[in-house]
Design a protein. Sequence first.
Length: 407
Amino acid sequence: MTTRSTLLVGTAAGLMGIAIAAMPPVAGVLHRVVGTTTTDQVAAPQPAKRPAADEEPTPEGVVRMDERQVQELGIRVQPAGGGTIARDIHVPGTVTASADRLVRVPARVSGIVAELRRRPGDQVAAGDLLAVVDSREIADAKSEFLAAQRAEQLARTVFDREKRLWDRRVTAEQDFLKARADWDAARIRVDLTQQKLAALGLGEVEVSILARQPASALPRKEIRAPIAGRVTERNVDLGGAVSPETQAFVVVDLSTVWVETAVPATDLAFVREGQAVTVTGPVPDLRGEAHLIFISPTLDSQTRATRAVAEMPNPDGTWRPGIFVSATVQTAEQQVQLLLPREALQTVDNRPVVFVRTDGGFEKREVTLGRGDDRAVEVVSGLAAGELIAVTKTFLLKAELRAGSDD
């Protein structure tokens, strides 16, 4: 080989070496294609490992949530503490006539209705004439009284004469004593016959004028209103027969009415006689104020509720018996040691729970509930005063708890 050829070969070899040196290392790729392995083979990419914290399972009943998430969700946390319960109890009711102001007027005698002076709906004053009954019974009683009254007057005249004679010692003592005994017996007879007339419904004024009345008035029995009020029933007809037990009229004073309600057994601990009651009628703006006057000591075996009666003024007669109303009993405030807003409570597996704040989120806590009102409820056990609990949007924590259990 000539010197020139040697020089060209060397130059070419050098250039090839430079080119090969400049190429990227692809040995790994080439070796993978042909199925060979070398120490410079490129490793396949592996999936990133989760942090160690994610690999730990979340304990049951725990919702993981940091402070930022709590604020973003709008969950408010506050310490558990005491408070007062002022429960308003809402119950349906019915307006009824006050039993203290309702009078059933009997005929009191046997006879025939001769006159009717009032009809249902009439307003009457105490003592107003309602009806007149012709009665042989009342005629006999009046006659007995008048006879006894005359006998008493005669006995008194005899006694006065015998007393004057005895004072002058011109008559025997036996005659004087007999005259006094006869007068005492006559007075007793008058009292007995007057009481009989009173039992038949005659007042003192009627009895006092009997002696001045004509004989035709003897069978006349007047039925009068015992109180001021309104006639709500008339159960006799003109010419009809009546007996002492006949309920001739019903007179009601509606200036005060009752509201009959039924309080559930669960609310009885909050109800007391004397408490205020707000009554709402079936039409707008019909409201009244009443107060409880009676709470039955027994429960109805069917409804498990007890009868409660409120008394309400009704000066203009707006509240008519029979109206259906809604009654709200305003109960007295009661102090409890641990009170939670109802929004803080959720139900999980048919048990009431709250969510207690922890370092990593919230922990479900079962609690036992006691008394409560429309806004809050007492916690009897399961929670300590001062523990931080979620009081708003707890339904989000319940949903997150369920989602975690599904995973």
